[in-house]
Design a protein around this ligand. Structure first.
Ligand code: AMP
Length: 622
């Protein structure tokens, strides 16, 4: 099995000091296998053909060494990353920005179809050193002369198989022709079909081949489940699991040192006996923490892989992978911390929708499926709380001397003329105000986001940037909702409904909260069921942002979005023009039936999730 080599740290990989500092700041402890394999070769300037999935840490595997080789004082694109979708472009650009945070005067620019040309042009004029873009839009800029690749050092193809599936082969070929001779190429692909091999043979020069594999291993003694959940609901799901699962000791795995502290603090705030365990703590401190777990003074440790290495505590009945491990073999090591000494163990894996590919890689590694589980429902929580409440009542009745209280209730009955049932109901109410017995809301189900292999349907993400496509008239990009226009921040947005297909909304999270376009797109897409590609311009201002969304947002989704959080801020969405919003279902303000290619706030049929639930329950349509 491909055991992660935890003996090699980032410090030994030869990264530029400013880049190594960013890694340290981000709290990464050790390189993932794909990083260990790629970084030295990319640093040495070699071409590389890498087979690795999203979630393995592959972005850092190319970003860290390539950033270590750029010259921050030289303007113009030195690194060009091609990605199949706008979401991935944003995600990779954001990762680059994080890794380049200590490089002075350094600019990273995502460019993708559907975004205003005007905005992209003004950003391109600032000569960013890294461009991350979808092939169609990159090609357009090259053809218009608004992007030049004469100082390019490295071209990266990310998720190359997906780009070929989406019909980008010719665009990519054309882009290759525009790159200077001798540039380095790194090609990453989750699979290695013949098409990718062909690109590698024709375009890469003596490439190193990297494959992140893990031999199969079975872990039969541990009961394993996974739960798909958006990043925004992970904490809710975890606290619900903690409330319902009978556990003795629990180990919760996260990716970074910072996350151990953050999550442990949040769990403590929820009343759980939790502490972090990470590589920043001294050996003595770690030992003391583990001892407290053994003694039962603590129930939950929130740990990174490194800190939990070799941990052997009989009491550990549960392992929760709060962050899915970046390589499948780490999963086996993590869950092996439970089920010690012949005891039963249980492992729960939280999977964000975009990480489903990594779940499948884990299943291949352990040669069995990890069945899905539902997050605990509102009614399960209520039942469990009522059971505990009932047990506490019984215990109090049998164990406590209640003479004073019997007299008090009798007095309330006679002096205040209160019914005993009324008194009991009011007292029950008072005891549960912090933690309601009647839990109302189920957590929303994550929308089925981008499939791992793109569907070949007519509206796949970025599809119209690929082949076949209609002749360009010079200013076309990714699909836009009917009537949407590609104007930039500089133009006033349509405030009315219906005329141009998009409506401008204001959300109360902005630069000062550290919000990024990706987080905003992710939150709105996951919570509204709207596909990310229909989300238009995002203009992040200081304390708020403006977001263009297709017209006709159902009122219940509008109301729900008000309470969605990004960076700890409730979005409190409102129409940018301050008028009332939300379309009534059935009694709609929109006319006619939606066309099949029109954006929909619930494109994918969902299993009963909050949308359906809420609609069924809605009694007052106003
Ligand atoms: P990727 O496969 O590039 O999508 O990365 C998956 C996730 O792993 C991202 O959230 C990264 O921030 C995180 N990550 C990448 N490398 C490391 C590392 N060495 N240690 C901890 N987390 C990492």
């Amino acid at each position: 099995m491909d055991t992660p080599d935890t003996s090699i740290g980032f410090g030994q990989l030869g990264l530029a000091p400013a880049v190594a500092q960013a890694v340290e700041d981000l709290g990464y402890e050790t390189p993932t296998p794909v990083q260990l394999q790629c970084i030295p070769h990319l640093l040495a300037g070699r071409d590389l053909l890498g087979q690795a999935q999203t979630g393995t840490g592959k972005t850092a595997a190319f970003a860290l060494p390539l950033l270590s080789r750029v010259d921050p004082t030289q303007r113009g694109p030195q690194i060009l990353v091609l990605t199949p979708t706008r979401e991935l472009a944003l995600q990779v650009a954001e990762a680059f920005q994080g890794y380049a945070q200590h490089l002075k005067g350094f600019l990273v620019l995502p460019i993708y179809g559907g975004q205003a040309y005007g905005l992209q042009l003004s950003q391109l004029k600032r000569n960013p050193q890294v461009i991350v873009g979808t092939p169609g839009r990159v090609m357009d800029h090259l053809k218009r002369g608004t992007l030049a690749l004469d100082v390019l050092k490295t071209l990266v193809l990310d998720e190359a198989d997906e780009m070929l599936n989406m019909g980008f082969a010719e665009d990519i070929d054309w882009i290759f022709e525009q790159t200077p001779p001798g540039r380095q190429v790194a090609l990453f692909s989750a699979t290695m079909p013949a098409g990718i091999r062909r690109v590698a043979q024709t375009r890469l020069s003596d490439p190193v081949e990297i494959r992140v594999t893990a031999d199969s291993e079975t872990v039969d003694t541990i009961d394993q489940h996974h739960c798909v959940v958006t990043r925004f609901h992970k904490l809710d799901v975890l606290t619900r699991i903690l409330e319902l699962e009978p556990f003795d000791g629990m180990l919760v795995f996260v990716r970074t040192k910072h996350a151990t502290v953050e999550l442990a603090d949040k769990l403590k705030a929820h009343g759980f006996a939790a502490e972090p365990l990470n590589g920043d703590m001294s050996q003595e401190m770690r030992e003391r923490t583990v001892e407290r777990l053994k003694q039962g003074q603590l129930d939950i440790l929130v740990a990174t892989d490194v800190a939990a290495r070799g941990l052997d505590v009989e009491r550990l009945s549960h392992v929760v992978n709060y962050d899915i491990p970046t390589d499948p073999s780490a999963y086996v090591h993590r869950i092996g911390r439970t089920g010690r000494a012949g005891r039963a163990g249980r492992a729960i894996l939280l999977v964000e929708p975009r990480e489903r590919g990594l779940l499948r890689a884990i299943e291949r590694t352990i040669r069995r499926s990890v069945p899905a589980m539902e997050p605990p429902s509102a009614s399960q929580l209520s039942e469990s709380r009522i059971d505990r409440f009932t047990a506490e009542l019984r215990k109090t009745l049998t164990e406590q001397d209640l003479d004073f209280f019997y007299r008090l209730v009798a007095r309330l009955g006679t002096e205040q003329e209160m019914e005993l049932m009324d008194i009991a109901a009011a007292l029950a109410y008072l005891t549960q105000r912090e933690r309601p017995l009647d839990v109302k809301a189920d957590l929303p189900r994550p929308a089925a986001t981008r499939p791992e292999r793109p569907e070949r349907g007519p509206r796949s993400e970025g599809r119209d940037e690929g082949r076949p496509r209609p002749a360009r008239d010079g200013d076309r990009g990714a699909p836009r909702p009917e009537g949407a226009r590609e104007d930039g921040r500089d133009r006033p947005r349509p405030q009315g409904r219906g005329s141009e297909g998009l409506t401008s909304y204001r959300i109360e999270v902005g630069h000062q909260h550290g919000a990024t376009p990706r987080e905003i797109v992710g939150a709105i897409a996951n919570e509204s069921g709207l596909e990310g590609r229909y989300i238009g311009r995002i203009d992040i201002r200081d304390d708020h942002s403006l977001v263009d969304l297709p017209e006709g947002m159902p009122r219940e989704i509008f109301n729900h979005l008000k309470r969605v959080y990004v960076r700890g801020q409730a979005l409190r969405i409102s129409l940018a023009d301050g008028s009332a919003a939300g379309t009534r279902r059935g009694g709609g303000e929109t006319t006619g039936s939606p066309r099949p290619d029109q954006p929909s706030y619930e494109r994918k049929p969902r299993e009963p999730g909050f949308h359906q639930e809420r609609r069924r329950k809605r009694t007052d349509p106003s």
